[in-house]
Design a protein around this ligand. Structure first.
Ligand code: C2E
Ligand code: MG
Ligand code: MG
Ligand code: MG
Length: 273
């Protein structure tokens, strides 16, 4: 194809790069089709409150049921959705779907939704959130938005205003993947988060490195004094659970409690809760 466009063009595109660009375009096109043909679904993973030993809520996790490739994990397509801007309509679908599902649960648990930095850059994200809540008739106190440092890193003055507006109507804001970036402490001061999610890298290290426990302790103490709660991510063993409990974590989430489950499996899980 490049040859048909002339020798000059050909020089700029290494064959490997051309293949990568083609593949990305392919995925972008696939994403559009997928949204139109409803190939996306939400999986829900509970988080457990350690004081009561009860489920406190569920995080909505996006799944792509690709007709040929099967279930595709978000790590494989969210970055491309972000680069192409497809995350905006896709993220809106996630918000609406998560609110709709939560409104149907037999008990008033919280639902957490992951937001991409791109949604803060280009979309009227607060209006989208409010519309999703209204449409589902969901109490704003039941919605929690998970953002990563990337959202605050953009240094977009409207981001804080948007977060404050959402918090003002009762929506909770959580900092996701805490500890993986560079300026985490500064970001904790920049915005009054309700919750800090301790990245699963620290949880995984609990049994191998003593400093991991020291870090978790420091984060729970800091969160406490800032009036925030903590959720440890990626808890897989009883040993980790015991350590996190002793370290004063508020909630845990991970395969030990439950893997993410399909929407239809949430209500049966609550019967036993
Ligand atoms: P995250 O928000 O930090 O979600 C936690 C990820 O860890 C999930 O992967 C979850 O399935 C996985 N996980 C949970 N418990 C365990 C455990 O015990 N062990 C291990 N090894 N993993 C565990 P998943 O569903 O593949 O999602 C990956 C990331 O994709 C999420 O990280 C989030 O950043 C992003 N993502 C997922 N859904 C959405 C969405 O709707 N919108 C946006 N923008 N991003 C999303
Ligand atoms: Mg998350
Ligand atoms: Mg996380
Ligand atoms: Mg993550």
């Amino acid at each position: 194809r490049a040859k048909a466009e002339g020798r000059g063009v050909h020089r700029f595109f290494e064959p490997a790069m051309d293949v990568a660009i083609q593949a990305r375009r392919g995925v972008e096109l696939d994403l559009r089709v997928a949204l139109a043909e409803q190939q996306f679904a939400l999986a829900f993973q509970p988080f457990l409150d350690l004081a009561s030993n009860r489920i406190a809520g569920f995080e909505a996790l996006l799944r792509w049921h690709h007709p040929v490739r099967g279930v595709v994990s978000p790590a494989a397509f969210v970055p491309i959705a972000e680069e192409t801007g497809m995350i905006v309509p896709l993220g809106e679908w996630v918000l609406r779907q998560a609110c709709r599902e939560a409104a149907r649960w037999p008990q008033a648990f919280r639902v957490s939704v992951n937001l991409s930095p791109v949604q803060f850059r280009s979309a009227d994200i607060d209006a989208t959130v409010i519309a999703a809540l209204r449409e589902a008739n969901l109490d704003p106190h039941r919605l929690e938005l998970e953002i990563t440092e990337g959202v605050l890193l953009q240094d977009n003055p409207s981001t804080l205003a948007i977060l404050h507006r959402l918090k003002g109507i009762g929506v909770r804001i959580a900092m996701d993947d805490f500890g993986t970036g560079y300026s985490s402490l500064g970001y904790l001061r920049a915005f009054p988060f309700d919750k800090i999610k301790i990245d699963r890298a620290f949880v995984a290290d609990l049994s191998v490195r003593t400093d991991a426990l020291a870090i978790v302790r420091a984060v729970t103490t800091l969160a406490d004094s800032l009036g925030m709660t903590t959720t440890a991510e990626g808890v897989e063993t009883e040993e980790q659970l015991a350590q996190l409990r002793a370290a004063g974590c508020t909630e845990v989430q991970g395969y030990l409690v439950s893997r993410p489950v399909a929407a239809e499996a949430v209500a049966p899980m609550l019967q036993g809760a």
